[in-house]
Design a protein around this ligand. Structure first.
Ligand code: SF4
Length: 331
């Protein structure tokens, strides 16, 4: 009896501590959110958040979307003086390239996309020499210097249209080999990957076995996969598309349950936009650590001190802008 009472007291103390911590965290977050909103108005800033950002960052943002959607939004926000781009390096670079008169801030300096680092300008130059005359298409997930070396950029949403728009049956494509295979499959063209094995470490985590397990628990669920996933994952998907296309598909589809093959941040947006539908991550560990580096504290500090300004060398910026603008002409 005495032991049982002690156990109950311990359980009670533990529950109280957890409630206290949760309340404290909620209050701290709402304090920070209010401070950020106030600063945003004072400084005439807009906050953009990628679909893979933490839920609280998505909730405070003016716009949530994929990288180019966001950069385009910023271009239309003529009055904004500051753009706080909650994402990773190459996305904030694109925003700076497309919005040269605005101050672009990346709240976390170390938020870098490992896939974007996989393609060097030397590698592009070598590939151009090896396949003279073949146009170079680069995924926007590249750094400005690489974009400056290509003919046209693309996103995972418009890759098929961009590759089809080129008057060549052979195309050099970087840095994601899975997106290259997806483009080759959809267009029937020869799409050569540069580098040969560029990949997203987060999307690489998805395996068809994960979907099999999820399917056993949710047999009516449709499978959506990002084209950065392996071909094995793409083959078993009911729908393959970028994050923005996934959001559209989930809204319009008759299905009410979905197994999702992309980074876990997208679930917040999918659930918010479709409160009556259910979404399950194909593999629970699919979290991009770089995307999650942005926290409310860091966002607040960046906006307050106007720190981590994204700067792109002028020459690279002008050439990269041309590659992005050519993409806009296609789609
Ligand atoms: S999810 Fe993949 S492609 Fe996107 S930022 Fe993370 S590592 Fe890069």
């Amino acid at each position: 009896m005495f032991i049982l009472s002690c156990f109950r007291v311990k359980a009670y103390i533990l529950t109280c501590s957890l409630v206290f911590l949760q309340t404290y965290r909620r209050n701290t977050m709402s304090d920070l959110t209010a401070k950020i909103q106030k600063l945003k108005k004072e400084k005439n800033a807009i906050i953009l958040a990628h679909n893979y950002q933490r839920a609280e960052i998505q909730d405070i943002a003016d716009y949530v979307g994929d990288s180019i959607e966001l950069s385009r939004k910023a271009m239309h926000e003529e009055d904004a003086k500051i753009i706080v781009f909650c994402a990773v390096d190459f996305m904030a670079q694109s925003a700076a390239i497309l919005n040269p008169t605005k101050k672009v801030l990346l709240p976390t300096l170390g938020a870098r996309c490992p896939m974007a680092q996989m393609l060097t300008t030397d590698e592009i130059k070598r590939a151009k020499k090896k396949y003279p005359g073949a146009p170079v298409v680069l995924y926007v997930n590249t750094l400005a210097e690489a974009k400056a070396e290509c003919d046209v950029c693309c996103t995972s949403a418009n890759v098929v249209e961009v590759v089809n728009s080129l008057n060549s049956e052979t195309v050099l494509f970087g840095p994601d080999r899975n997106l290259a295979k997806y483009a080759a499959h959809k267009t029937g063209k020869k799409v050569i990957s540069i580098p040969e094995h560029g990949f997203c470490p987060t999307h690489l985590l998805f395996q068809p076995e994960d979907v099999t397990v999820q399917k056993q628990q949710h047999p009516k669920a449709e499978v959506m996969a990002h084209p950065e996933c392996s071909m094995e994952m793409q083959k078993i998907a009911d729908f393959i598309g970028s994050t923005s296309k996934m959001c559209r598909y989930a809204k319009e589809a008759d299905a009410t349950e979905f197994i999702v093959g992309t980074e876990d941040g997208i679930l917040h947006r999918l659930r918010k936009e479709n409160p009556t539908k259910r979404f399950y991550l194909a593999y629970e560990g699919a979290v991009c650590p770089n995307m999650k580096l942005t926290t409310l504290d860091r966002l607040y500090a960046s906006l307050k001190e106007e720190k981590h300004i994204v700067k792109v060398p002028k020459n690279a910026s002008a050439k990269a802008r041309r590659s992005l603008e050519r993409m806009f002409l296609v789609n």
